[in-house]
Design a protein around this ligand. Sequence first.
Ligand SMILES: [Zn+2]
Length: 116
Amino acid sequence: MRSRFSAFALDRRDYLLASWHPDTRPASIEPHDTTKWVRLEILGHETQGDSDRVHFRATFRDARRWQVLEENSRFVREDGRWYYLDGTPSVTRLKPGRNDPCPCGSQRKFKSCCGR
Ligand SMILES: [Zn+2]
C-alpha cells in the first residue's frame, strides 16, 4: 500500500500498472501532472490468507483545490506477490479555513503552512 502511494506521489505509472491485478488492470493510467499527494493515513488493515483489505485516506492537492480520497482496497497474493484488485474510492473536497489544521498533517495552521 505504501509503495503504491509512493508510486502515485512520484507518478510512477509503470509500477502502479505492474502491481495491479491483471483481471482489473486498466490499459493505461493518465498522468496527473497537477496532482500533489501530501498525506496518507491507514485507517484499517486486515489480512486473511492471500487476501488483504486496506482502508486508507489520502489527501491531495490539485492546483489550489484540496481533496481527500478515501478507499477500501482489496489486494490478492499470487505467486508470492501482492496485487491491487479493486477498491471503492470516494473523493471529498476539503475547504480548509485559515485557522484550521493544515490538511498536509503538519500540525500547523493552514494559513502558516500550505495556505500561505
Ligand atoms: Zn501544510
